[in-house]
Design a protein around this ligand. Sequence first.
Ligand code: ZN
Ligand code: ZN
Length: 246
Amino acid sequence: MSVFVTFVGSGDAFGSGGRFQTCILVDAPGFRLAIDFGASSLIALNKLGISHNSIDAVVLTHLHGDHCGGVPFLLVDAMLGAKRGRPLLIAGPRDTETRMAAVNEAMFPGMAVMTPKFDLTYLEMPVMRPSAVGPATVTPFPAAHVGETHPTSVRVEIADRVVSYTGDSAWTKHLPAVAADADLFIAECYFHAKSVKNHLNYPDIVAHRQEITAKRTVLTHMAPEMLAEAADVDFETAHDGLVIEL
Ligand SMILES: [Zn+2]
Ligand SMILES: [Zn+2]
């Protein structure tokens, strides 16, 4: 049985290249989860003809808006227009529930009094420990990114496949374990030459390529400077709508 990974959004925070913010669907038989859900994710899903009601769980790597800012739109539409019935699990780093409540209230004041008619559950996942997200096992690792976002890299095991993702992060000592023998390792690659704090850049990935033992590596979250070089780098690069069968 295959697992399919769809890059619903492969962009950075700022719409570079006309790309949508991070949202990566992982489809296993009977279960669909989204890794990250940036502010533009409902538009991106609609463009691909994918109903957000079909998503069973959202796994957030960190609490920056280009990775979690679509959740309020998802929830409001689920409660009103889309009339969601099936349960939804929102998993993320520590404080996800209170931090997302603040995001929801900032984006949709008054939303706190709305009660979902579906089962909405939050799961705050400890780092370095496996958490059950439906039939998936998700292990978050500490990431090197803006501390206030409680940043993590994630390793998702589902249906005998492993999909792992750096999230937004500079290189860490944990990334070899995140990528280890994964069927797909998704690495952010923000810039091609420019060095920028709290993010991975192409020279970092090249420097550590021997430590990346994943079967397949795909680069994402590219700024214009990296997008201009994407066709000529030694790794596969993502684009919106890319589907990978594992
Ligand atoms: Zn980002
Ligand atoms: Zn970030």
